[in-house]
Write a protein that binds this ligand. Structure first.
Ligand code: ASP
Length: 303
């Protein structure tokens, strides 16, 4: 962790628990804004995003500023990458300006790991291709804990485009470290069998009702068309087979928590009735994104 945060896979359960506990300290009180701290005064972070983002980039920026750090955000379109500069050169250039950490999103799986080996500055992975999105899994865990007592023994159904989801991967790593029963569900073309071997006890099913029955948490995923070379499932039929509707939610535990990392596509993977229902924690996830990223930045930068 001293070297940044590249993924959940390499974290110990105790380290994850520490981040989740610290994030709770940063959660705002009802109706209030996030408190401003002085913990990272004189520190500077650079947000370098080579892929689209609303939630992650903004919340890292807010998290850094709430801790008293300076934050600069750069998108690929606005960087010299669009003039042909290589990734290593871009990172070396930014590194020469001496930021204390670089928060990075990239379409290539493993890009932050590769750069971490070249650069002496901690890198925080804000999503690398189809590999990991560690802060998403952390904020998801914080959100589940906020609605219940503990993770152990819960049944979590993750439904949608499993194959291309870094959110699913990071969540499988995290949840399995806490003894959660994970069920992965999606069209067969988007549900690689190997993902059932990522951790002991991970189930796979193409049937939504089987996945949802008695679930404590339902995590819906967007179909990542930008990562598919050809359509893996007929778009017109997707909602009929894999779209979350009120009748599905009835099959889960009465206090089920419905989650989605966003951006949501209403009428494709989730109905508006469910997305806007009492059971939906989608906006709690966004709010927890700031608190969790404050905890991660503090951990990386205060080290
Ligand atoms: N925002 C999430 C990610 O960056 C999920 C998504 O894009 O569908 O992976």
């Amino acid at each position: 962790m001293a070297q940044g945060l590249l993924g959940i896979e390499s974290l110990l359960r105790e380290e994850i628990q520490e981040i989740l506990d610290r994030a709770r300290d940063f959660q705002p009180r009802e109706g209030q804004s996030f408190r401003k701290y002085d913990l990272l005064r004189d520190r500077m972070v650079v947000n370098l995003f080579f892929e689209a983002s609303t939630r992650t980039r903004t919340s890292f920026e807010i998290a850094a500023k709430r801790l008293g750090a300076d934050a600069v955000s750069i998108t690929a379109q606005a960087s010299s990458v669009s003039k042909g500069e290589s990734l290593v050169d871009t990172l070396n250039t930014l590194g020469a300006m001496r930021p204390d950490a670089i928060i990075m999103r990239h379409a290539a799986s493993g890009a932050p790991h590769f750069l971490q080996r070249h650069l002496g500055i901690p890198i925080i992975n804000a999503g690398d291709g189809t590999h990991e999105h560690p802060t998403q899994a952390l904020l998801d865990a914080r959100t589940i804990l906020d609605r219940g007592a503990k993770l152990e023994g819960l049944r979590v159904a993750i439904i949608g485009d499993i194959a291309h989801s870094r959110v699913a991967r990071s969540n499988i790593f995290l949840l399995s470290k806490f003894g959660v029963q994970v069920v992965l569900c999606g069209p067969a073309s988007l549900l690689p069998r190997e993902m059932g071997q990522m951790a002991p006890g991970v189930e796979l099913t193409c049937d939504m009702e089987t996945a949802i029955r008695a679930a404590d948490v339902i995590m819906m995923l967007r179909v990542q068309l930008e990562r598919q070379h050809s359509a893996a499932f007929p778009a017109g039929e997707y909602f009929q087979f894999f779209g979350l509707r009120p009748e599905h939610v009835e099959l889960a535990k009465p206090d089920v928590v419905v989650m989605h990392p966003g951006p949501i596509n209403r009428g494709r993977e989730i109905s508006s009735e469910v997305a806007d229902s009492q059971r939906s924690a989608i906006l709690n996830q966004v709010e927890n994104g700031v608190a969790v990223r404050m905890a991660v930045l503090e951990r990386v930068l205060a080290a």
